[in-house]
Design a protein around this ligand. Structure first.
Ligand code: SF4
Length: 87
């Protein structure tokens, strides 16, 4: 895990949600969210999305997570099953 320097802007160019995770927990080098056990793949009818189970979630696309984002310090290797959610 890499701890960020105080006052240093974490991960410029990424959305605030993942930057907040980097700020709170640091980053994990050479790992991506899609390979983390906390990365939840969700199927709602014919639509698919992903969320981080350790971050704030809602049904809004605004809290969707991306597999290619750099992993935070809470990264744990693994893959959660895809979860079906009723519409
Ligand atoms: S590495 Fe895992 S815990 Fe951290 S933001 Fe990505 S999915 Fe969430």
């Amino acid at each position: 895990m890499t701890v960020l320097e105080f006052g240093k802007q974490p991960s410029p160019g990424l959305p605030r949600m993942i930057r907040d995770m980097h700020l709170a927990y640091g980053t994990t080098e050479l790992k991506q969210c899609g390979d983390c056990v906390h990365f939840q793949r969700i199927r709602v009818g014919n639509t698919r999305c992903a969320k981080c189970e350790l971050a704030r979630q809602s049904r809004s696309r605004a809290t969707d997570w991306r597999a290619h984002w750099r992993a935070c310090g809470k990264f744990e290797t693994g893959r959660a099953d895809t979860r079906d959610v009723a519409t």
